[in-house]
Design a binder for this molecule. Sequence first.
Ligand SMILES: Cc1cc2nc3c(=O)[nH]c(=O)nc-3n(C[C@H](O)[C@H](O)[C@H](O)COP(=O)(O)OP(=O)(O)OC[C@H]3O[C@@H](n4cnc5c(N)ncnc54)[C@H](O)[C@@H]3O)c2cc1C
Length: 324
Amino acid sequence: MALRDFFIALSENQLLNSAAQKYGLRMGAQSVVAGTSIPEVVQTIKELNRANISCTVDNLGEFVFEKSAATAAKNNILAVIQAIHDEQLDAHISLKPSQLGQDIDIDFCYENLKEVVALAHQYNIFVNFDMENYGRLHSSFDLLDKLHKEYNNVGTVIQAYFFESDENIEKYKDFRLRIVKGAYKEAEEVAYQSKADIDRNYLKLIEYHLLHGKFTSIATHDHNVINLVKQFVKQHNIPNDKFEFQMLYGFRKDMQLDLAHEGYNFCTYLPFGNDWYGYFMRRLAERPQNLALVTKQVFNKKTNTAIGLGVVAFALGRLSKKSK
Ligand SMILES: Cc1cc2nc3c(=O)[nH]c(=O)nc-3n(C[C@H](O)[C@H](O)[C@H](O)COP(=O)(O)OP(=O)(O)OC[C@H]3O[C@@H](n4cnc5c(N)ncnc54)[C@H](O)[C@@H]3O)c2cc1C
C-alpha cells in the first residue's frame, strides 16, 4: 500500500479521530493547527495580518452524522465571523458543507450554510466552500448554486485532479475560486492519478481563471507552480488585485512571508479546533516528509504514544487484511 493511500485511510478512520479529539493537539499537529479556541485563532490572525498576510479560517470538523454536531459547528463558525468583524481582522471563512450537515439532510445543511453566509454578507466577509471527496462534489456545487442566487460573497474550490474540473472552471468563472491539485484518493474513472497529469491540468486551470475569471486563489506549496504563475501574470499584465497565493498554516513559512514581502496578495489557511486528526493525516498523505512533525513529538508524551500506537495497530491491520 502506498504511503499516500495509507495516510488517507487513516484520515478516514473514525475511531482514531475520536481518540485524537479527546487529547487536544498532539503528534505535531500543533505546528499546523492554530489552536483550539477562537481567542487563540484571533491572536494568530493578528500576527499574520501584521506581516501583510490575510487569513482564511477553517473550524475543523469531520464525521458529522448528528444534527447537534452540525449545529454546534455552525455556531462556532458564526462566532468566528463575529470575531473577524469585531476585531476588524483581514480574514474570511473556509468551511466544509459536510460539517454543516451535508451527509445528514441536504435542506438542513442549506439552512445552516445560509445562516453563515448571511451573517458574513452583512459584514462583507467572503465564505469559501472547501471541496472534499468526489461523492460530495455535485451536492456541494448544488448548494453553492442555490446560495449564489441570493448572496455574492461565496466561492469554492476547483480540484485539478478531477476530469470535470475543465467544465467547472468555465461554469464558475464569475466566482472567486481557489484552485488546488486535490487532496483525496479518487477513482481513476473520475480523476487523473499521475502527478504529471495533475500538475499539467492544475496549471491549465490556473491560467484559464487568471485570464477569464473573477479572482483566483492559487493554493499550493509547489514553488515550481508559484514561479510559473509569477511569470504568467507578468507576461499577461494581470494585476496583483486579481489573484492571491494561499498556503496552509505552518507550511513553508519563509516562502509565505517572502511572497507577502514581494507585494503579492497572500492568504494563509488557518485551521483550528479539536478535530484536527483527519486534516493532519491528509497533510501527511500529501507529503510524507511532514512525518518529521510527528516523529519529533510522538513518543515524548503518554497520550501521543497512545494515538501513535493506534496508528501503528491500524496500519498492521490494513497490511494483514491485504495479505489475506
Ligand atoms: C490553502 C489550501 C487550501 C486547500 N483546500 C483544499 C480543498 O478544499 N480541497 C482539496 O481537495 N484540497 C485542498 N488543498 C490541498 C491540495 O489539494 C493539495 O493536496 C496540497 O496542497 C498538496 O499539493 P501542492 O500543490 O501543495 O504541492 P505538492 O504536489 O504536494 O508538492 C509539489 C512540490 O512542492 C514542494 N513542496 C511541497 N510542500 C512542501 C513543503 N512543505 N516544504 C518544502 N517543499 C514542499 C516539493 O518539491 C513537492 O514535490 C488545499 C491546499 C492549500 C494550500
